[in-house]
Design a protein around this ligand. Sequence first.
Ligand code: PMP
Length: 448
Amino acid sequence: PYEHMQKIREQNISPSLRMYYKKPLLLHQGHMQWLFDYEGRRYLDLFAGIVTVSVGHCHPKVTVAAQKQLARLWHTTNIYMHPSIHEYAEKLTSFLPDPLKVVYLTNSGSEANDLAMFMARLYTRNFDIISLRGAYHGGSPYTLGLTSVGLYKHSVANGFGCSTTMLPDVFRGPWGGSHCRDSPVQTVRKCSCSEGVCHANDQYIEQFKDTLNTSVPKTIAGFIAEPIQGVNGAVQYPRNFLKEAYQLVRERGGICISDEVQTGFGRTGSHFWGFETHGVVPDIVTLAKGIGNGFPMAAVVTTKDIASSLAQNLHFNTFGGSPLACVVGAAVLDAIEEDGLQKNSEEVGTYMLLELAKLRDKFEVVGDVRGKGLMIGVEMVTDKDSRHPLPGEEINQIWEDCKDMGVLIGRGGLYSQTFRIKPPMCINKKDVDFTVEVLNTALQKHME
Ligand code: PMP
């Protein structure tokens, strides 16, 4: 069916959707961490869809829960009551600390972040939002203003600086760099995070203060950040950066939003939410991707106080909080608990990081191995001194060779130079050994 589908693609599917790989995969079915193509070849899915399949492809418990609900009631919109939305809101918030107890159910991460911005503005009566360099918060016209990965911006260079981004009032905080804060492996940057204080932090905080004082002295509505930058390739901030940034924003009347779209639901291992690893409690969290194990659903969770700022008017979306989505979301939470997936992320993720660090030590082109739990970045460089991104064609070859040997890896970073490893949280140490063996073979071939 391959040629036939290629033809339909060319004629009827948006050309702005880019396929992975020279010869894109034509997939047939999935089971837990494995995907299968039409020729029966199996692939270890280290990208979990796009960090969506948190508990495993077609996880039996989630699948059965969805099937039962499909036969009962799919959808009613939010104008009627149904038990599943109440049960889900109660269950989801039981995983979150006080005062994060009010849930809005949406359909995608971009929509969740749009709503979070909207809330920050209504609540503070201010307008400006700060996001960080290297951030990805969505592809909608508003969230694109928060996203700083250039690849996604469809700029219309017409001399007026016109672009599809609709938020001139978003200010960028400093570059997060990449630090080994909380990671079992030391980054090649040799920051001093492991000594308890990262000296780079002072510099970042100074820049952050400067942005606040010069750009948004009295007008800040909110600050949004991912606890670990996902699309940017598992980039970690210096120790204490987020904690101090939250304090500075709050002193100026702004609220803090944690984008947990990639870091939530146990992926970082040591904690259920990424913000917990920074010792902060945000005012709003946004959730998507892993929340539904691939089912399209998302959420914003906030405080009663902030939620009340939206209550004067109707805020509505048609599909958010459908019975089907709520039942899937609840089954995902059960699966994470029953299968011990947060603990598995920590154990298998740490093992993966340490094994990958051996490849970093062996190959000059592996510039950095970083991350936490099962949120891992492997940065490919020309050499460890310059840290210039390895040319795209060379990275593509290594990546394509891994696919041909049965391992699917994601890509990220500002130059697409970082391999992203964020598998379903059910993978095991044998899968790690297989991954390292395949990457080792692909890198060896590259060196020849
Ligand atoms: N936030 C983060 C951190 C993301 O990684 C993404 C998606 N890559 C989004 C928001 C946007 O989510 P969606 O694609 O569901 O709109």
